[in-house]
Design a protein around this ligand. Structure first.
Ligand SMILES: C[S@@+](CC[C@H](N)C(=O)[O-])C[C@H]1O[C@@H](n2cnc3c(N)ncnc32)[C@H](O)[C@@H]1O
Length: 278
């Protein structure tokens, strides 16, 4: 399949799935490869023939939707973010929760891929917090639309490339070597529960003290859907809860109740306290 053919197909199809071409421009090679494989499996010659197939077969949209999932992730992705979370943001959140008499910090990782992001939070909790975590439990819900990735996440075994960016002391403490793979220890894995969920259709209710929504909604989704989902995310944050985006992402303008925090690395927003004062 020629690149121009694939691009034309994506420009037509993505908005119908709530997505936008701009988010895919740089990563289209992997998506186009999968679509080309699908065309071969269906015996179709090109993008126009696939478009005709989509127009006549509503079930094929689900197949295309799955082909368009970009699944890249790794532990400690965006190092500046994790340094900030460990050094300042999570300890402050923990102190605030304890002063309100809460017993757990509840976090949600939306679009968690194979578990790299929620397990990095578990490692941060175990390795970096010390007294700031005393008396508090960490509970992480990690959701993704892709059942295969969630299966891998539950297995919690990774290649060296996935864990390369973790601080060496965290890596050594959190994993056991199994041949050439790294297996996450149960003491870390136990913090995280995985759930299959399409964020366009459903979200866990919360309220959440910490939401990671990185490299999914605010990269690949259409502008109207970004706005709708940003409002839903804000509504699911607890007072003073934090929303973390990906390194190259921005929130749509004018989302009520969220204030950006100054600092290095990817954008972080804090939910205002108004809910508590109501
Ligand atoms: C690029 S990865 C980001 C992983 C991680 N958040 C990070 O930043 O490293 C995007 C993830 O979103 C998932 N995803 C794609 N569409 C989704 C949807 N509609 N609902 C939930 N998850 C989705 C993909 O399966 C993939 O695991």
């Amino acid at each position: 399949m020629r690149d121009t053919d694939c691009v034309a197909l994506l420009e037509w199809a993505l908005p119908r799935l709530g997505m936008r071409w701009a988010g895919f421009r740089r990563v289209r090679r992997q998506v186009c490869k999968r679509i080309a494989r699908r065309l071969r499996a269906l015996g179709l010659p090109d993008g126009s023939a696939y478009r005709a197939r989509l127009e006549g077969d509503p079930g094929e949209w689900q197949v295309l939707d799955a082909l368009c999932r970009v699944t890249i992730s790794r532990f400690y992705r965006d190092r500046a973010l994790w340094e900030r979370l460990a050094g300042d943001l999570v300890p402050a959140l923990g102190d605030a929760l304890r002063s309100r008499g809460e017993i757990e910090l509840r976090a949600w990782s939306a679009g968690c891929a194979s578990g790299e992001e929620p397990y990095t939070l578990a490692a941060l909790w175990e390795r970096a917090l010390g007294p700031s975590a005393a008396g508090l439990a960490l509970r992480v819900l990690a959701t993704d639309a892709d059942a295969r990735l969630l299966e891998r996440a539950r297995r919690a075994r990774y290649g060296a490339g996935s864990v390369r960016e973790l601080p060496p002391a965290w890596r050594a403490a959190a994993f056991r070597r199994e041949d050439s793979r790294y297996r996450l220890r149960e003491a870390y894995a136990r913090h995280v529960t995985f759930l299959r969920q399409d964020i366009r259709e459903a979200m866990p209710e919360g309220p959440w003290h910490l939401i990671f929504c990185r490299n999914l909604v605010f990269t690949y989704f259409s502008d109207p859907l970004q706005r709708t989902l940003a409002e839903r995310l804000a509504a699911r944050l607890a007072p003073a809860g934090l929303l973390v985006l990906g390194g190259h992402e921005r929130l749509p303008p004018g989302i009520a109740g969220l204030a950006p925090l100054a600092g290095r690395g990817p954008p972080v927003f804090r939910r205002d306290m108004e809910m508590e004062m109501e």
